[in-house]
Design a protein around this ligand. Structure first.
Ligand SMILES: NC(=O)c1ccc[n+]([C@@H]2O[C@H](COP(=O)([O-])OP(=O)(O)OC[C@H]3O[C@@H](n4cnc5c(N)ncnc54)[C@H](O)[C@@H]3O)[C@@H](O)[C@H]2O)c1
Length: 365
């Protein structure tokens, strides 16, 4: 079996997680790491320097030069959400077979569509890190929903107290998974609170909305300062409730504390929490599986994440334009817009209302 050569760029929290997971998997050879920040690079080299890379681990501050020199099979980058297309281009130029990058796909549909065009044109595979799904509690809920134990699914839902650029693509991805990635036909949403519109993870403080999927299933999303508490979960960032309602019951995962299902056989519940160390190894392994065999596409492939971006963009455009937004966005001449710019012009000045006192620590403005 070939070992796939990997370069990881961006040595923040997630870049180090990715580099560590690739280095630990015998199907990959971590050949390079990059960061613009020399201090972070030095710290990462110290952490990863002992990896079993025959040629040694190359470290550099210039991502383009590093990728051009090492020509990796896998180009991975973990940068802030506003930094996407230039790194996709670096990966493509370096001849990568697969590009792995962090959620969200992009901050605007304009950039998301440009990424899609670049990948479609070259046929380079890509995956986006919505890796929470590998949690045992997520897997359990998926298996209950897929088994038919809750009957025919008619609604999927996701709530999170964290703001949208952090959390909404996760909610959309896992609910779409519960709904077998059925295409969305329209979205309608509202937003409140301007404080996070200038954050690195630029978002309205609160966005809520509905999505209609082709199979009749309704998606309900409630993300940010106005979202309800998830009292089952103590840790604020993991207060996410993601589930499915069916004709015979429901099943839902709580990101920071397990899962619950009610079916005609009664109430079931179990433990589980989001855990990077647990979730990253299968995520990278399935990259090797896809590189080995085109017939084994990665479950977190770009096409699915891009569909999620369209849903998020649809909710934002509904705030900007009013009314329902037909999906997919790029059906005709649509080359995407700057939704964040549109939200800045539209979201009212009024401070967001917060049902959860703890949220005030995060939403100060
Ligand atoms: N999947 C998950 O569970 C999860 C969890 C946390 C964060 N994230 C996402 O991961 C991404 C990175 O988050 P993080 O917490 O690792 O951030 P971070 O701030 O810790 O690290 C970002 C890194 O990118 C580098 N960088 C910034 N601009 C760059 C540029 N123009 N070119 C090259 N490198 C640049 C920085 O120097 C830094 O090393 C974000 O999109 C975030 O939403 C995902």
């Amino acid at each position: 079996m070939p070992r796939y050569r990997v370069v990881v760029v961006g040595m923040g929290k997630r870049g180090v997680h990715h580099a560590t997971a690739f280095a630990a998997n015998p199907r990959f050879e971590l050949v390079g790491i990059g960061s613009r920040d020399q201090k972070r690079l030095d710290a990462a080299v110290a952490k990863l320097g002992g990896v079993t890379t025959p040629g040694g681990l190359k470290a550099g501050t210039d991502a383009r030069a590093l990728a051009a020199e090492l020509k990796p099979d896998v180009f991975c980058f973990c940068t802030p959400p506003g930094v996407r297309l230039p790194l996709i281009e670096i990966g493509i130029e370096a001849g990568a077979k697969l590009i792995a990058f962090e959620k969200p796909v992009a901050m605007t549909s304009a950039e998301g569509l440009a990424i899609k065009h670049a990948l479609d044109k070259t046929g380079v595979k890509a995956v986006v890190s919505h890796q929470h799904r590998y949690g045992d509690h997520y897997q359990k809920v998926k298996s209950i929903v897929a088994s038919g134990a809750i009957g025919k699914v008619y609604t999927v839902y996701g709530t999170a107290t964290g703001w949208a650029a952090h959390m909404l693509s996760h909610l959309v991805d896992y609910t779409s998974w519960f709904n077998e990635y059925e295409p969305a036909e329209w979205a309608m949403g509202q937003a409140a609170g301007r404080g996070k519109l200038t954050d690195v993870h630029a978002s309205p403080d609160y966005v809520a909305g509905v999505v209609h999927f082709r199979n009749g299933v309704r998606g309900i999303y409630d993300c940010g300062a106005g979202a309800p508490d998830v009292p089952e979960v103590p840790y604020w960032w993991r207060k996410c409730r993601i589930g499915a309602l069916g004709t015979e019951g429901y099943a839902e995962v709580h990101t920071g504390s397990g899962w619950r299902a009610v079916t005609k056989d009664g109430v079931q519940a179990g433990p589980g929490t989001m855990d990077y160390d647990h979730d990253m190894p299968p995520y990278v392994q399935e990259m090797a599986d896809w590189l080995d065999d085109d017939a084994k596409p990665h479950p977190l492939r770009f096409a699915r994440a891009y569909h999620g971006l369209e849903i998020v963009s649809g909710l934002y455009r509904s705030v900007i334009e009013g009314g329902q937004i037909a999906l997919p966005l790029a059906g005709g001449q649509d080359e995407g817009i700057d939704e964040i710019g549109g939200l800045k012009a539209k979201v009212p000045e009024r401070k967001v209302l917060m049902p959860l006192a703890d949220s005030a620590k995060e939403y100060k403005e």
